[in-house]
Design a protein around this ligand. Sequence first.
Ligand code: C5J
Length: 221
Amino acid sequence: MITLDADPFEYRFSIETAALVIIDMQRDFIERGGFGETLGNDVTRLQAIVSAVQGVLHAWRAAGGFVVHTREAHRPDLSDCPAAKRRRGNPSLRIGDRGPMGRILVAGEPGSEIVPALAAIDGELVIDKPGKGAFYATPLHDELQRRGIAQLVVMGVTTEVCVQTTLREANDRGYECLLVEDGTESYFPEFKAATLAMIRAQGAIVGWTAQSARLLAALPR
Ligand code: C5J
C-alpha cells in the first residue's frame, strides 16, 4: 500500500488496485482551432499542464500501473449527441461542424485525438464518452470492476467540467479518487481553485488532491 501526503489527509492506494485516469487531453480542448477555442477560450492555460501530466503518466507506466484515457467524442452521425448539447452556448463552430482539425468533437477526427505527448500505448484503455462524465453511457465502470480497481488517480481537462463530473460519478460508484492538482486545468483559474476546494472539503467528500511531486515521490520506480 502506498501512502501519499495529500489534502485533506493521507491518501492510500496500491498500484495493483489503482488506475490512472487521464480525462480528455485532446487536441480539441488543448490546441488552437478546436472546441475549446470555438467557445472563446484561451487554450494556452491547458497546454501548460501537458508536461506535468506526461511526467506522471511515464512514472505510472514505469511502476506497472493501469492507465485509462478518455475522449469527449461523438459518433459521426451525432446520434449520441443530444440536440440540447449541440445547441448550447454560442460557439463559432458547433459539435459536428468542420473546423481546422476536422469535425468538432467527432470520434476519428484529428481534433478528437489525444495530444501526441500523451497518446495511449498498447495495453491502455481508451474510452470515448458522449457526456462530460466518463461513466455515463460508457463501459468504464465494468472495465474497472473487471480489473479489481478501487482507487482512481485523475488528471486532465477541464477541471470543473469533465474532470469534476467524472470524479463525482466515480465517488458515487465507490472509487477513492485523488485529483492531481497540477495535472488538471481550466480555462478559468477561479473555477479550478473552487473545484479543488469542493472536492477535498468536508473530509474528502468527493476525494483527495495533491501536487504531482508528492505522487512521483511515492510511486515505486
Ligand atoms: C468541456 C471537458 N469542458 N472535457 N469538456 O466541455 O471538460
